[in-house]
Ligand binder design. Structure first.
Ligand code: GTP
Ligand code: DAT
Length: 245
């Protein structure tokens, strides 16, 4: 049985989840799954899932929990035997509970970034809509201004990244994320044996690590060091579907 590592990254819009996830994926051999990217791929390929979620994503609305879980959980079950990192899922307490029912995560990273920093970043954010590649005109500019590095196609700015829209998204994020963070924050001290004997879905978990700051480059070394510690002390794979509770 291999040592597997299951983690998720949380944070408000523009907090650097995508940027940090890319670094984690490069440093630790794990599968990176961004819910936003996954949904957009389905929409572009016109899959059944894509058709179902298109209306929500086009209006920047959250996809309903039952639908989101129905799409994401089978995708994660396909990754049995792999370590993974989730970005954008679970977003709500209902999604976190649904995920808990199939798998217990090892670590949840939460980014706590001041509003003013978020505002500056997103107003400078440009994306390549087809791939979801993200640029920032100061921090990681494209090689050619206004063009995607890989395809050369034009970059766009999201209407959602306007300051008024950002403020509303941030408020919404806080309301929705708080119970999710509480779920991962609560620490129940159990031995591995005790934990193994409980249905996974019933556990609250002390696995939330919060990082605050204004610069991804300053936060990153702490995350990198946490990951090294966690991965080297990780027990053999404990991620099992929960017993039917
Ligand atoms: N100036 C600056 N920009 C940064 C830093 N870290 C990330 N960025 C940029 O800030 C923007 C937001 O970063 P993302 O990684 O897209 O953030 P996210 O949390 O995935 O954002 P959402 O997709 O809205 O949830 C991007 O344009 C990044 O290139 C930083 O330390 N400084
Ligand atoms: N876990 C989740 N639950 C519900 N909706 C989600 C979701 N993850 C993404 N979405 C929806 C919300 C938006 O309509 C769209 C894009 O989400 P996003 O977080 O802005 O992605 P990205 O940051 O990759 O652009 O997908």
């Amino acid at each position: 049985m291999a040592k597997l590592f299951r983690t998720a990254i949380m944070g408000p819009p523009g907090s650097g989840k995508g940027t940090i996830s890319k670094r984690i994926a490069q440093n630790v051999g794990l599968q990176y799954l961004s819910s936003g990217h996954f949904l957009r791929e389905g929409i572009a390929a016109n899959t059944d899932a894509g058709v179902l979620v298109k209306g929500y994503v086009e209006r920047s609305m959250l996809v309903p929990d039952h639908l989101m879980s129905r799409l994401m959980l089978p995708r994660l079950e396909q990754l049995t035997g792999h370590s993974w990192l989730l970005d954008g899922f679970p977003r709500t307490i209902a999604q976190a509970k649904a995920l808990n029912d199939i798998c217990q995560m090892d670590l949840v990273i939460s980014l706590n970034i001041p509003f003013e920093t978020l505002r500056e970043r997103v107003s400078d954010r440009w994306i390549h809509p087809a791939s979801g590649r993200v640029y920032n005109m100061g921090f990681n500019p494209p090689q050619v201004q206004g063009r995607d590095d890989v395809t050369g196609e034009p970059l766009i700015q999201h209407a959602d990244d306007r300051p008024e829209a950002l403020q509303a998204r941030l408020r919404h994020y806080k309301d929705v994320a708080k119970p999710v963070m509480n779920l991962y924050k609560k620490s129940v001290l159990l031995s591995n044996a005790e934990a193994a004997s409980k249905p996974l879905g019933s556990l609250s978990q002390g696995i939330l690590y919060q990082f605050s700051g204004t610069d991804t480059d300053r936060i990153w070394p702490y995350i990198s060091s946490l990951l090294s510690t966690k991965i080297s002390t990780q027990p053999l794979d404990t991620c099992q579907p929960s017993a039917q509770a």
